[in-house]
Write a protein that binds this ligand. Structure first.
Ligand SMILES: NC(=O)c1ccc[n+]([C@@H]2O[C@H](COP(=O)([O-])OP(=O)(O)OC[C@H]3O[C@@H](n4cnc5c(N)ncnc54)[C@H](OP(=O)(O)O)[C@@H]3O)[C@@H](O)[C@H]2O)c1
Length: 321
């Protein structure tokens, strides 16, 4: 089978596409024929080995796992001896960031407990684009910041993966939603529901005097005082990602200030069924950049790194026949 192979940290263009042996499932695993996968911040970090601190997790001198890729949608092709809930032919999807990575390959074996069934009428491309970013948005808005009806919400990094789901989830609470990102994404951002748009290259939203009940942030480029300035009294700030030094600063602030500052620790796939329900009711659409061909993965990781994507970059791995 075809797989992306990485032997050292460095440029995405140095990734190789190799023919390797198809895996066989362990006793609680299923073998999945991967139909679609996506590119996430984790892949960029795994391939480049940056920030360097991540190498404690990925492998000190070279990646411990040769194949990146943390999101997939596919078809169950074989079952391990003790698999209880899945069947051959099931359509499944998952965030596998805590289940061994490796979705940039035609086949992968994954523990059945990590997988959910793809809702009826959801395509493989749509399914692959959902688990990671939608869960960041859902857990940030609902579990951590406890979003309530009619709030004024700001999404920073609004045109990326997390942001494209956050606005749709916030709208289910009748929120008035401001999106902060670069101007060239504004048409797409309007189309997915943002009420107000701010170009981060021109305006610092923490200095406009506007105040929000809830800020959800994919970039975290500022210190806690700046975010606190843009919050209403009792407002909530939640970061889902960004520079490591800022995340540490915000984590300290979450314990030491009286402001409601939070750092999300993602629980992969928790409440994925709620996202499926929203999809089934027509409340949630995916914003797909692509789908692209498998051979384009090295170039697409660079494309992601430059921030040129609109929504989620999706790659077709095996073609539907
Ligand atoms: N909390 C957890 O447990 C956990 C787990 C996994 C991942 N994460 C993190 O969660 C984040 C998910 O983000 P995502 O998938 O939505 O990323 P994404 O798709 O890269 O989107 C980020 C968006 O932010 C924009 N942007 C760049 N600089 C900005 C700035 N200074 N101000 C405002 N917007 C800016 C980018 O646009 P341009 O660059 O084009 O301008 C892009 O549209 C990642 O940082 C990831 O590492 C967190």
């Amino acid at each position: 089978m075809k797989a992306i192979i990485q032997t050292s940290y460095g440029s995405p263009e140095a990734l190789q596409i190799k023919d390797i042996e198809k895996p066989s499932p362990g006793k609680n695993e299923v073998l999945i024929k991967v139909m679609a996968t996506t590119i996430n911040d984790f892949d960029w970090s795994l391939v480049t080995g940056k920030p360097h601190l991540y190498r404690l997790l990925f492998g000190l001198f070279k990646p411990k796992k040769p194949t990146p890729g943390i999101e997939l949608a596919g078809i169950v092709e074989a079952l391990g001896a003790e698999v209880k809930n899945l069947h051959i032919g099931d359509r499944v999807y998952a965030d596998i960031s805590e289940a061994g990575w490796g979705s940039f390959a035609e086949y992968i074996s994954v523990n059945e407990s990590t997988l959910s069934l793809i809702p009826e009428h959801m395509s493989f491309a749509e399914a692959a684009s959902i688990p990671h970013a939608a869960m960041l948005a859902y857990q940030g808005l609902v579990d951590v910041a406890n979003i309530r009806k009619n709030q004024k919400v700001l999404v920073n990094g609004a045109g990326g993966g997390m942001g494209s789901f956050a606005v749709q989830i916030a709208k289910l609470y009748n929120a008035e939603v401001t999106g902060v990102d670069s101007r060239r994404k504004f048409d797409m951002m309007r189309s997915i529901g943002y009420d107000h748009l701010i170009d981060y290259r021109q305006t610092d939203f923490t200095k406009t005097g506007d105040k929000y009940d809830l800020i959800i942030d994919a970039k975290s480029t500022r210190g806690p005082a700046a975010y606190a300035r843009a919050l209403k009294p009792n407002g909530n700030y939640v970061t889902v990602g960004g520079h490591l030094n800022r995340l540490i600063q915000l984590a300290i602030a979450s314990k030491t200030t009286r402001k409601n500052m939070h750092v999300l620790a993602l629980k992969p796939n928790k409440d994925l069924n709620k996202i499926s329900e929203m999809y089934a009711k027509g409340q949630l659409k995916t914003q797909i950049d692509g789908p692209y061909d498998f051979d384009e993965i090295p170039r697409l990781i660079s494309y992601f790194g430059k921030g040129e994507h609109l929504g989620k970059i999706v790659i077709t791995v095996n073609n539907e026949k």
